[in-house]
Design a protein around this ligand. Structure first.
Ligand code: GDP
Ligand code: MN
Length: 391
């Protein structure tokens, strides 16, 4: 039953969202289900042009395939590094959950890659937080404060309306429905993190959250893959969003697109079909799970995405609803990038509760992965990754 979501609360929400009974879910998540009902190799590790499997032998993005240590702290002998950093938004109280995540990032990748860490917080980081995080790595660590206007609920939000919306969500038992800080976080991640001064000189980032797990050794540099592919967004997990959190997000999106006919060229060859089944009329609720993301900061900073989120912000949906940064980033990437610019990092084994992506076949062996390949969310019906790979 490893593929069952471990948090009963989240599972309940998923069930509600899809209107199925627990019985149905238990039946279909039975371990034999994936094997018996899904076409073999549906996800085909590495066979899709937009999935990456750098560990499993020849790769189109790395010149050297040996795991030898090269110069300048990089593996593979090229000595090349991207202009990139890890981004970790966290509270002081997240210290030990985050330490665990960093430890795994170091041991699977960064001990040889040496990318810096940028920690961001709406309150000053404690000395304890700084000491114990810096101790985990030889790489440089930066600690930044978020400016209040990039974090707090804006004055022009109608607090009565926002309170009513939160109360309504409490009643409907929407996860984090009660929380203003959670909404601040979602808004910050949607439209401000890439403007933080500590990130100003970086081109790429990899987001890390507390309590996540990395299972596989990486002998290539995902940042360089992003750069060489001219990619803007990398993910490992995707799924359906809980509709109660975003009832008007798609209407706002359509309104924005209609207001910007000049973006037509930008939107040519995009991944619209990942987020819509009917040519853009409705949102199918598919989104990349943004607790893991490797992205191009300049894409977010660019006119299309940045105008989009500023437009969204004016609608107030971060507070009148509970728009998450995951659907916002996903829709932004799906609409304003080319579909080839979105990469599925098939060979990065990862868990953020309650979901796991575990590499399959050759990628699993090449990465010496410690996850059970059977516990792979990609095969579940509420994963959107199959849809992505079919694009
Ligand atoms: P979930 O993954 O959606 O369940 O949400 P998390 O609780 O993991 O929050 C997402 C990210 O934002 C994590 O990296 C948290 O550490 C961070 N975060 C959430 N709330 C706050 C907050 O109030 N202040 C700060 N500084 N970070 C926050
Ligand atoms: Mn999280």
């Amino acid at each position: 039953m490893a593929i069952l979501p471990r948090s009963p609360y989240k599972l309940g929400l998923i069930l509600l969202a899809f209107g199925v009974s627990l019985h149905t879910l238990l039946t279909i998540t039975h371990s034999g289900y994936a094997a018996s009902t899904h076409p073999k190799r549906l996800l085909g590790g590495g066979s899709s042009p937009s999935s990456y499997s750098g560990n499993g032998g020849s790769s189109q993005w790395t010149e050297s395939d040996g795991p030898a240590f090269g110069g300048n702290g990089t593996r593979g002998g090229r000595g090349e590094k991207a202009n990139a950093a890890f981004v970790l938004l966290a509270r002081n109280s997240d210290l030990w959950e985050l330490a665990s995540s960093i430890k795994q990032m170091e041991s699977t990748f960064n001990h040889w890659a040496g990318y810096p860490y940028v920690f961001l917080n709406d309150e000053p980081f404690s000395d304890e937080f700084k000491k114990y995080t810096q101790e985990l790595t030889d790489a440089e660590c930066f600690y930044g404060l978020i400016e209040p206007s990039h974090w707090n609920q804006p004055d022009w939000i109608d607090e009565e309306k926002a309170t009513a919306a939160r109360n309504d969500m409490i009643e409907k038992k929407v996860i984090y429905g009660h929380s203003v800080p959670y909404r601040n976080m979602c808004r910050f991640n949607s439209m401000f993190f890439y403007k933080h001064p500590l990130l100003a000189n970086f081109d790429y980032y990899w987001r890390i959250e507390p309590s996540i797990k990395f299972y596989c050794d990486l002998d290539y540099d995902p940042f360089l893959v992003m750069k060489e592919k001219n990619a803007v967004y990398g993910f490992v997990l995707s799924l359906f969003e809980y509709i109660e959190t975003i009832p008007t997000l798609w209407d706002a999106t359509k309104e924005f697109v209609a207001s910007r006919p000049d973006l037509k060229e930008t939107m040519k060859g995009n991944a619209l079909e990942f987020v819509s089944e009917d040519g853009g009329e409705t949102y199918n609720r598919c989104h990349f799970w943004s607790n893991f993301e490797i992205g191009d900061l300049n894409f977010w900073r660019g006119d299309a995405y940045n105008s989009y989120v500023e437009f969204l912000d004016k609608k107030g949906g971060f507070y009148y609803e509970r728009w998450g940064d995951a659907p916002v980033h996903s829709i932004g990437a799906a609409l304003f990038a080319k579909k080839e610019q979105i990469i599925f990092f098939e060979d990065i084994g990862y868990t953020h509760n309650p979901f796991t992506h575990c590499p399959q076949g050759a990628s699993h062996s090449a990465g010496k992965c410690s996850c059970d390949p059977k516990s792979n969310f990609d095969n579940e019906w509420y994963s959107c990754t199959k849809r992505f790979l079919a694009l």
